[in-house]
Design a protein around this ligand. Structure first.
Ligand code: ADP
Length: 398
């Protein structure tokens, strides 16, 4: 095939990230990447840099809305500096029970994805807005939805089934799993020697962990929504469901409208909990490490809770895989927070996980386990955009 410029769009509640690859004959070259951050503020950030890291755009515009943010991206793409995309891949966090395959975007598909926005309320509304705009502004260009849930399609029913009445299962309540494109990219980078029994911990602002057998997902910590599983920046992770009912009743006492009460509860579990809730300081690991160094005991407890929870999940996945060959850390914390990796692994010697402190003292890709560790421990940054480009090229039939 001849070389095709493929645009990747990856939006979150307050940012739009994008990159343009040249794809052809098995080669993938990133030409540039960029982002608009701080959507909803009067001091956003808009930057684009080329493959050698030179900033082509570096601005601090007002970005009051997602439409202003996406217009910045589109105007830059149309400025003549960059090749016009031949195809666009949209990172799609969740398509609910019916949209399970990566596929070409049509107006009907967007409606379908939007109908499950409640499952990923931070990501889906802006993603469907951008899909509609992309179809309108680039009508001749094929657009594709590439799903984070796709990697988790191999989960067995015993993992996906929730122990609740079937009437809720029938309306889509099940484990979907998230961060799938990141997990897929780790397996991709380990080829051709993908270990049989692999655990990958994606520790970013949102955190999840997966058990992967022979390259296929066996279990993952996030379930119906990204709020579940591990404690993360501002989300609870798994907690006693009775706590939800208890808090909801408290909220309902002063909020008679049921939907308003549910939204307040959602704010509590998604935005005010996790590292932020326990530390009462920040959802950001860098802030918490600084505070710990300064003797802040609440920050210490928050990070202890985080590391303790992850160690317990690793233990349960070793049981599920019936052993472990390799543990991989990825995501902003997994790649950069040397202390978290050390604290998570500190008590896992009995499972064959032994870090080498000198090797662990790195940021970025490395083997960090000791020479005599039965389990290899690695740090591998995810290549999500590259995976999206690979899916787009496959779907184009090239
Ligand atoms: P997102 O889920 O938003 O993509 P990231 O994968 O970028 O999040 O991870 C963000 C987290 O990574 C934050 O908690 C941040 O503090 C942490 N992080 C980033 N760089 C470092 C670093 N050098 N040391 C410790 N933590 C870091």
């Amino acid at each position: 095939m001849s070389s095709l410029p493929v645009l990747v769009l990856n939006s979150g509640s307050s940012s739009i990230k994008f990159s343009l690859y040249e794809a052809g004959n098995g080669e993938r070259t990133r030409l540039f990447e960029g982002a608009v951050d701080g959507i909803g503020t009067d001091q956003g950030k808009f930057w684009i840099k080329n493959a050698s890291g030179t900033k082509l755009v570096d601005q601090t515009p007002e970005v009051p809305s997602r439409s202003v943010a996406f217009k910045l991206v589109v105007d830059a793409l149309n400025s003549g500096q960059f090749p016009a995309p031949a195809a666009i891949g949209h990172r799609t966090v969740c398509g609910g029970p019916t949209v399970r395959e990566n596929q070409r975007i049509t107006p009907q598909l967007i409606d379908e994805i939007e109908s499950y926005a409640d499952l990923a309320p931070l990501h889906t509304p802006i993603a469907v807005y951008i899909m509609r705009e992309a179809l309108r502004l680039f009508p001749a260009t094929p657009n594709f939805a590439i799903l984070d849930t796709y990697f988790h399609r191999t989960l067995p029913e015993v993992a996906t089934r929730m122990p609740i009445p079937t009437e809720y299962v029938a309306i889509g309540v099940r484990k979907y799993g998230y961060h799938g494109i990141s997990y897929e990219s780790i397996v991709y980078q380990l080829q051709p020697n993908v270990p049989e029994k692999l655990v990958v911990a994606h520790l970013g602002n949102g955190a999840s962990i997966s058990a992967i057998r022979k390259g296929e997902c066996l279990d993952t910590s996030m379930a119906l929504t990204p709020t579940s599983g591990l404690i993360s920046g501002s989300r609870t992770g798994d907690i006693d469901p009775g706590i939800m009912i208890f808090i909801l009743k408290k909220i309902a006492a002063t909020t008679p409208n049921t939907l308003d009460a549910a939204e307040k509860l959602e704010t509590v579990v998604s935005k005010k909990s996790g590292l932020l809730g326990v530390s009462e300081l920040s959802n950001d690991m860098r802030d918490l490490r600084e505070a710990i160094d300064a003797g802040n005991t609440k920050a210490r407890l928050a990070v202890d809770k985080f590391c303790w929870t992850i160690a317990r999940w690793i233990g349960s996945y070793v049981a599920e895989l019936n052993g472990l060959d390799m543990l991989v850390f990825t995501g902003g914390i997994g790649e950069n927070d040397i202390a978290s990796r050390a604290e998570i692994c500190a008590e896992l010697g009995g499972l064959g996980i032994k870090l080498d402190p000198a090797r662990n003292n790195v940021r970025g890709a490395a083997v960090i386990s000791a020479e005599d560790s039965p389990v290899t421990v690695r740090v591998i940054p995810p290549l999500e955009d590259l995976m999206i480009v690979n899916h787009v090229v496959r779907l184009l039939g090239e």
